[in-house]
Design a protein around this ligand. Sequence first.
Ligand code: SF4
Length: 284
Amino acid sequence: MELESLISAQTGGCQEDCAFCSQSIFYDAPAQRHAFLPLDQVMAAARATEASGASAFCIVVAVRGPDQRLMNQVLKAIESIHAETSLDVDCSLGLLTRPQAEALRDAGVHHYNHNLETSRSFFPTIVTTHTWEERVETCLLVKELGMELCSGGILGLGETWEQRLELAYELRELDPHEIPLNFLNPRPGTPLAGRRPIEAKEALRAIAIFRLVFPDKIIRYAGGRELVLRDAQALGLVGGINGMIVGNYLTTAGRPAAEDVKLAGDLGLPIVPSTRTAAETEAR
Ligand code: SF4
């Protein structure tokens, strides 16, 4: 079991219209909004992550893609985290240009997270301000430059079971290092506010299917698991999950990391550090 924690380093005000997201300027959703956090706050979160037993820390910002100012802030944060902790640093900064991806690789970024969100056929129902193909381009760029790709999706947006399978096989084409599975936690004010979360049984079935499609990958529990699975979270670990985002998510609270560490221990699943890429090892 591999544990990762994330920080929403810049929250809200995003100019994209992803229908599930309370950080979009298109919706009147009561989400927190702040510019890139001061470095000492990012470092405090990184130290807390290290103390929790997690081995990776992901810097997430709510943008279509980073501008130069934001890149500079992220690169400074990566340098400080590498200098002061043993954590692997992951990033999720949206769509990337080649020079931006190269800068992140050269800074020793471990994983780049860029979810497909949902299947190609369902994507235009959920997002209209950018295309599924643009997301794939960034995913391919990340891989081409030697970073590990972390790409998954959100289940429960209104997609059919066929579209869940479509997503799984589209992800298999991309061959990411790990696949985060989110379950929709409907956010007030968004177009999906009234959608019923999927049932625990449905989520467990999806986990099992993704494990069959990806027998040797990290499949990571991400947002919405507490809401959808509640006491059945352990069954997901038995059924195929081998990574967890611990602590809080971007705009919703998770449960204390210690509970997840205990759960993994109770199930006899050892906590292991993430493996490092050649590019990352060289940069560090
Ligand atoms: S999911 Fe990401 S890109 Fe879409 S609105 Fe939210 S922050 Fe912006």
